[in-house]
Design a binder for this molecule. Structure first.
Ligand SMILES: Cc1cc2nc3c(=O)[nH]c(=O)nc-3n(C[C@H](O)[C@H](O)[C@H](O)COP(=O)(O)O)c2cc1C
Length: 328
């Protein structure tokens, strides 16, 4: 299932994508995922639309893309008053494949900018931003949403928004089927996908708690055309290729590769934070991964982190076959 799908006449093989994750799906991580293979498309992390104008596409780890990544969706955090035409032109000049608008992020600093979930709540502002993006961006355009606020009338409110999104000419909807208030609690509400597919003809891309080929979950995901994997890909960057071709993994070598790629793409101070962030998730693979995670948490030097990692992996840490997917 999810071997392929078609969105706006473009075929994706497989229909299994890397979810956008702020702070994580930067150029170094996308390179790692792409090298393993098996991923149909990759999402950048959420990028401030107006910041796109200041980025150097040859160097910036937020926007640069290597040929091996093949198809990358640039996810934008757009706010009212953003110079959308200029932003789109900049993406076009730099050969962007696709654009995704974030209407899902409920973090307070994003809401305060009237973006993400705040934009989803303001239907007229949302319509304006989507229509303007569609006017200038003729390529593949998606939006990422949640179910909205948890309130008795959530269904008609969601239906009104989905209809508007469709009328604006969006090509597909990425759905993380949780309410804003859910944050990451309880499992994703896959049962709501039936309702969403009944109110739109647009292809749906489902995101949330998908970690492997679980037939019971797949039955519930049936209304979706494609799926996205998020946190499990941070724990197991080989998860996509493993799906069809179980892969023997050298855990130490994968960590070292990520370390080197982050060092190559980021300046040292940010590299330090990004390697610590990645290690939080990656260490979930190990029985005593929390020890590794804690040991590097206060280290301020990249070489020291590498020494700690070498020491950890030299002791052949016990691997957990089903690591717990947490939200760090
Ligand atoms: C650390 C982290 C950062 C995230 N950042 C973004 C983001 O920038 N844009 C977005 O649309 N969703 C973001 N999400 C949500 C994910 O894309 C995804 O929908 C969610 O994690 C559920 O999928 P999963 O259970 O496979 O992780 C983020 C999630 C996590 C855990």
């Amino acid at each position: 299932m999810f071997d392929s799908c078609e969105i706006a006449g473009r075929r994706f093989v497989p229909a299994r994508f890397l979810a956008p994750m702020a702070g994580y799906t930067h150029s170094a991580f996308r390179r790692l995922i792409a090298e393993f293979g098996g991923c149909g498309a990759l999402w950048t992390e959420m990028l401030s639309a107006r910041q796109i104008l200041n980025e150097d596409f040859a160097k910036s780890p937020w926007v640069k893309r290597r040929p091996i990544e093949r198809f990358v969706f640039y996810q934008l955090m757009v706010r009212q008053g953003d110079p959308i035409e200029k932003v789109v032109n900049r993406l076009l000049e730099n050969g962007a494949d696709a654009v995704d608008l974030n209407l899902a992020c409920d973090a307070s600093h994003i809401r305060n900018l009237k973006a993400g979930s705040a934009l989803f709540s303001n239907i007229e502002a949302m319509r304006k931003i989507i229509s303007e993006t569609r006017k200038y961006w003729s390529g593949l355009l998606t939006v990422k949403i949640r179910l909205g606020d948890r309130r008795p009338d959530w269904q008609p409110r969601l239906a009104e928004r989905v209809k508007m999104i469709e009328e604006c000419g969006v090509d597909a909807i990425v759905v993380h089927p949780r309410f804003f208030e859910d944050k990451f609690k309880r499992t994703a509400r896959y049962e709501t996908l039936n309702f969403i597919s009944s109110i739109t003809t647009l292809p749906l891309i489902a995101s949330g708690d998908i970690v492997d080929k679980d037939q019971k979950i797949f039955d519930k995901l049936r209304p979706a055309h494609a799926i996205m994997l998020g946190r499990i890909a941070l724990i197991k960057p080989w998860v996509f290729v493993d799906w069809d071709n179980p892969t023997k993994v050298d855990y130490a070598a994968v960590w070292k590769k990520m370390f080197d790629y982050i060092k190559e793409d980021f300046e040292p101070l940010i590299a330090l934070s990004r390697i610590k962030m990645f290690t939080k998730y990656y260490s979930s693979n190990f029985l005593f991964g929390n020890v590794f995670r804690n040991k590097i948490s206060n280290v301020e030097d990249l070489n020291e982190i590498q020494t700690i990692a070498d020491d950890f992996f030299s002791k052949t840490p016990a691997i957990l076959s089903n690591p717990i997917v947490e939200n760090f």
